[in-house]
Write a protein that binds this ligand. Structure first.
Ligand SMILES: [Zn+2]
Length: 272
C-alpha cells in the first residue's frame, strides 16, 4: 500500500515536472506546504477538463494578517474575472491524506449570490464556511467556529454581510412565518438601532446589514473558547460586507482582536 502511494507520488512529481517544463509555472512562492500538482490525475489526462493546469496548491496562512491578505488578493482576482477553482484529483488526494488547514472561517449569508469560495478565489481546503440566512449566529454556528479555531487552528474568522440582504430586508419589514421568524428575531435589534440612526429606507438597510454583522461578531465572543483565543492573540474576528453588484468586499475598521466589545465602527463607517 505504502509502496503504491510512493509510486503514485513519484508519478505525480514526474507529471508535475513535465508540466513545469511546458508551462514554467508549476509552483509559486506562496505555496510552501503542499506539493504543487499541475495535472488532473497521476495519469496525464486531456487538459480540456481543467484549463488551469498550473493551479497552485492549497494556500495556508500562519496568522490572521496573512489570511486576510489571501482573501483580499483572491477577491481582487474574483472582481477581475480570474477565478481559479484549483480542483484536481491530486489535490483531493492530498487533502484526504493530510487533512485540512483552512486559513479562514467565513460566516456569511446563504444567499446564492454570496459564495465565499468564489468571492475569495479559494480552492479546496482553504476556507471553512458557515452559511445561514442573514449570517445569523446561534449555538450550531458558534460550535462550528469553535471547532475550526480550536482544532484546525484557523487564525481568522470573517463575518460577512452583504448588500441587498433579503433576511435583513424581511426583518425591516417585520413579518415572516415559520422558523424564518427565529432568524428575524436575531436581526431585529440591529434594525431597531439602524432606525434610530437613519430615516431613509436605503440607509436603514445599509446600517442594519452592518450592525447585524457586528451582532454576529459579538455572538461569537460569547464563546469561552473563541474569546480566549482572541484574547491570546491567536484568533482575529473581522467584519466585512460584500457588494453583490460589483463583487468587492468592504472590511470594517477595527477587527475584534483585543477581546473587548467593538465600538460601532460599522455604523460610523456607513455615515455620510
Ligand atoms: Zn442575505
Amino acid at each position: 500500500m505504502k509502496q503504491s502511494l510512493v509510486r503514485k507520488g513519484l508519478f505525480t512529481l514526474a507529471a508535475c515536472s513535465i508540466a513545469l517544463l511546458a508551462t514554467a509555472a508549476c509552483g509559486t512562492e506562496d505555496t510552501p506546504s503542499v506539493p504543487t500538482v499541475s495535472v488532473n490525475s497521476v495519469v496525464p489526462q486531456a487538459p480540456a477538463e481543467n484549463p488551469n493546469t498550473s493551479a497552485p496548491a492549497v494556500k495556508t496562512a500562519a496568522n490572521a494578517e496573512e489570511a486576510l491578505n489571501l482573501l483580499k488578493s483572491g477577491n481582487n482576482q474574483f472582481t477581475q474575472g480570474s477565478v481559479n477553482l484549483n480542483v484536481t484529483e491530486a489535490l483531493r488526494q492530498d487533502l484526504a491524506k493530510n487533512g485540512q488547514k483552512p486559513h479562514t472561517v467565513v460566516i456569511t449569508c446563504s444567499d446564492s449570490r454570496v459564495p465565499p469560495e468564489l468571492i475569495f478565489n479559494s480552492g479546496l481546503g482553504e476556507v471553512f464556511v458557515i452559511r445561514t440566512a442573514g449570517n445569523v449566529v446561534g449555538d450550531y454556528e458558534i460550535g462550528s467556529v469553535e471547532y475550526a479555531v480550536d482544532h484546525l487552528n484557523s487564525p481568522l474568522v470573517l463575518v460577512m454581510g452583504h448588500t441587498q440582504c433579503g433576511a435583513v430586508d424581511a426583518a425591516i419589514e417585520g413579518h415572516a412565518s415559520g422558523h424564518v421568524e427565529d432568524i428575524l428575531e436575531e436581526i431585529a435589534p440591529s434594525v431597531t438601532k439602524a432606525k434610530q440612526q437613519a430615516s431613509e429606507s436605503d440607509k436603514i438597510a445599509d446600517l442594519a446589514q452592518d450592525l447585524n454583522v457586528e451582532n454576529s461578531m459579538d455572538r461569537l465572543m460569547s464563546s469561552d473558547i473563541i474569546s480566549r483565543l482572541v484574547r491570546d492573540g491567536k484568533v482575529t474576528i473581522q467584519g466585512c460586507k460584500y457588494d453583490i453588484e460589483n463583487g468587492t468586499v468592504r472590511y470594517f475598521d477595527a477587527p475584534q482582536s483585543d477581546g473587548e466589545q467593538k465600538t460601532s465602527s460599522a455604523a460610523s463607517s456607513s455615515q455620510p
